[in-house]
Design a protein around this ligand. Structure first.
Ligand code: 13P
Ligand code: ZN
Ligand code: NA
Length: 281
């Protein structure tokens, strides 16, 4: 069933587990996410970026995700990931997304707050929730470099309180030392910063850059108060490997799709278990 993101996040925060939020890039990856969430009895967030909406077809991709979410036997939310444009926020709200992320983290704090506040006003009128980011989460996103030093620009606690209280956002994504894409060296996550932020800030915390983070670090981040873990790159890498192998002997698309379901499904199942969301549907 399609459920409001905020409901899933608040339950996770109270229950000391995290909701896994998986980026989807095509039909097969999306099906692998939902099928596995059903097997694991886990709530799940399906998320997609404006770049992917634009490249793979915004109306069709959204319709497919909403239909699959409604049909699912577990709670599924639909989230717009990393939108730096207010027009994509409006578009997503008009097309039934249950939450949106306004990413104005490269702007000065006051402008970041202004964007977040505008997004909250529109989103809440649609019954949708808002996530906003503070600090610099670097790395590679949608195949494009967004910055190189993940330790540069961690979220400042005083600014965090100001952003959250002045904008009215529902979920908060602070830069805590992770980066998008895979890591050359394990990330240097500032766990005491997560601790501090979760005691200062009264909304669920989101961990970006979930791919490539060692398992024990993900568990520890959740213990410290992370309630949503974003995972994208590992699904894409696994999809590419599964397709490459399948295409050596197989040219029938439904058969390659099954291979993707199986292999991407294994990654999804593992992340669900790290989040502790299995059995929480
Ligand atoms: P990864 O690609 O590192 O998993 O990050 C995903 C993410 O943060 C999506 O917002
Ligand atoms: Zn992200
Ligand atoms: Na990552």
């Amino acid at each position: 069933m399609l459920e409001p993101s905020i409901q899933l996040l608040n339950k996770a925060r109270q229950g000391h587990y995290a909701v896994p939020a998986f980026n989807f890039h095509n039909l097969e990856i999306m099906q692998a996410i939902i099928k596995t969430a059903e097997k694991q009895q886990s709530p799940v967030i399906l998320q997609i970026t404006p770049t992917y909406l634009e490249k793979i077809g915004d109306v069709a991709a959204t319709a497919m995700a909403r239909a699959a979410a409604k049909e699912a036997k577990v709670p599924v939310a639909l989230h717009l990931d990393h939108s730096n444009s207010l027009s994509w926020i409006k578009w997503a709200l008009a097309h039934g997304f249950t939450s949106v992320m306004i990413d104005a983290s490269t702007l000065p704090l006051n402008e970041n707050i202004a964007y977040a506040r505008q997004t909250v006003e529109w989103a809440h009128a649609h019954g949708a929730a808002v996530e906003a980011e503070l600090g610099h989460i670097g790395g590679i996103e949608d195949g494009q470099e967004t910055g190189t030093n993940p330790n540069m620009g961690l979220a400042d606690p005083v600014e965090a309180v100001k952003l959250v209280t002045e904008s009215g956002i529902d979920a908060f994504a602070p830069a805590v030392g992770t980066a998008h894409g895979l890591y050359k060296l394990p990330p240097n996550i500032n766990f005491s910063l997560i601790d501090t932020l979760s005691s200062l800030v009264n909304v669920p915390l989101v961990l970006h850059g979930g791919s490539g983070i060692p398992d024990d670090m993900i568990r520890k981040a959740i213990e410290k108060g992370i309630a949503k873990v974003n995972i994208g790159t590992e699904l894409k890498v696994t999809w590419a490997k599964a397709m490459t192998e399948a295409l050596i002997t197989e040219q029938e698309p439904w058969k390659t799709a099954l291979k993707v379901h199986e292999e991407v499904g294994q990654v999804v199942a593992h992340k669900i278990s790290l989040c502790g969301s299995n059995g929480k549907a």
